[in-house]
Ligand binder design. Structure first.
Ligand code: KIV
Ligand code: ZN
Length: 385
């Protein structure tokens, strides 16, 4: 089975979520948990952005030993020097250089022709090579870059000795078929492509970051970049837990796996949510509060008979104790009876029917019926009796 490397950028692209600002202690706390989760690579920050970020990346670099620690850098010497400083003391340092390659970015942002983009990137890689044995190079806005130019940039980066070439869909513009095809084309057309790893980095502007990342894997990507809970610029980045669980649940289809300790996923999600202040929506795949909750009577009945009727993954896989059967107006008698047993009641059929009728009347008025509500209903019944 093919190994897919996980490059976590919660501490860099994730921190670029509007309103999020992590101090050194918080970055360290998340980095330790990411190490426990088993991510292969941690992008700890953008050292040239601020002295505080440089210090935070350095603290992570000195503390975390099991994952490669990465610092982001524009293709310029001052940024590279900042990453050198920040990664002092790292067991396995890596610099992540980037330069935009798309026509829109070349024209409006960089004001450079293709040749200048190529030369600038080449010079940056050459400078970085003096200090780093591991370099990742990203063609920013690769998703909107001419495929021939992307092949040329990749060939240049390989010739200059980088270890990873990243193909970001920076603005979340592509759909899976298109994105997967870029990887296929690079694999087919660029000489020496087998010497490096190809990486996918997706944004979720059109809600396709996970689908695009999976398409990249099918196209031959070796590494997926993303964040915990999918936080990040604008609509966010690929959620690494979604990719890991998709590969785990559909290993029959992908024949590929990450090395993540999946049982750490739930804990990592809660930690990142608490420290960033970014609330995880209830219906978020894998880590949302409702991801393993069932409300309808038909589903609850199926779950009580055999969990795989309505669950393609088990909550235990991500470190949760059990699925939740939420009692509401769609719930049926079977789930209600099980809840009563859990709460320590055993009612005969007649009393159960009466209590169930009261429960339904309450559920019509109230979205979720809590354990306390049920106890109150049953107690009332016993008093009535
Ligand atoms: O989205 C993007 O293009 C990035 C690069 C810096 C890799 O985050
Ligand atoms: Zn990004």
């Amino acid at each position: 089975m093919r190994k897919i490397y996980i490059f976590d950028t919660t501490l860099r692209d994730g921190e670029q979520s509007p309103g999020v600002n992590l101090n050194t202690r918080e970055k360290l706390e998340i980095a330790y948990q990411l190490e426990k989760l088993g991510v292969d690579r941690i992008e700890a920050g953008f050292p040239a952005a601020s002295p505080g970020d440089l210090a935070a990346v350095n603290a992570v670099a000195r503390a975390v030993k099991q994952s490669t620690i990465i610092g982001l850098s524009r293709s310029r010497e001052q940024d590279i020097d900042a990453v050198r400083e920040a990664l002092k003391g790292a067991e396995d340092p890596c610099i992540h250089l980037f330069l935009a390659t798309s026509p829109i970015h070349r024209k409006f942002k960089l004001k450079m022709e293709k040749e200048q983009v190529m030369e600038t990137a080449q010079a940056a890689i050459r400078y970085a090579r003096k200090y780093f044995s591991k370099i990742e190079f990203s063609c920013e806005d690769a998703g909107r870059t001419e495929i021939d130019f992307l092949c040329e940039m990749t060939a240049m980066a390989i010739a200059e000795g980088v270890s990873v070439v990243n193909i970001p869909d920076t603005v979340g513009y592509l759909y899976p078929y298109e994105y997967g095809n870029i990887f296929k084309t690079l694999k087919e057309k660029v000489p020496g492509i087998e010497k490096i790893q190809l990486s996918a980095h997706c944004h979720d502007d059109l809600g396709m970051a996970t689908a695009n990342s999976l398409a990249a894997i099918l196209g031959g990507a070796d590494q997926i970049e993303g964040t915990v809970n999918g936080i990040g610029e604008r609509a966010g980045n690929t959620a690494i837990e979604e990719v890991a669980l998709a590969l785990e649940t559909r290993s029959d289809f992908f024949n590929a796996k990450t090395s993540l300790a999946l049982t750490e996923i739930s804990r990592t999600s809660r930690l990142v949510s608490r420290l960033t202040g970014m609330v995880v929506p209830g219906n978020k795949a894998i880590v949302g509060a409702n991801a393993f909750a069932h409300e309808s009577g038909i589903h609850q009945d199926g779950m009580l008979k055999e969990k795989t009727t309505y669950e393609i993954m088990s909550p235990e896989t991500i470190g949760l104790k059990e699925s939740k059967l939420v009692l509401g107006k769609h719930s049926g008698r079977h789930a209600f009876r099980e809840k009563l047993i859990d709460l320590g009641f055993s009612l005969d059929d007649e009393r159960l029917n009466q209590a169930f009728a009261k429960f339904k009347a309450l559920a019509d008025k109230k979205k979720d019926v809590s354990d306390e509500d049920i106890i109150a209903i049953v107690d009332e019944r016993l008093i009535d009796a």
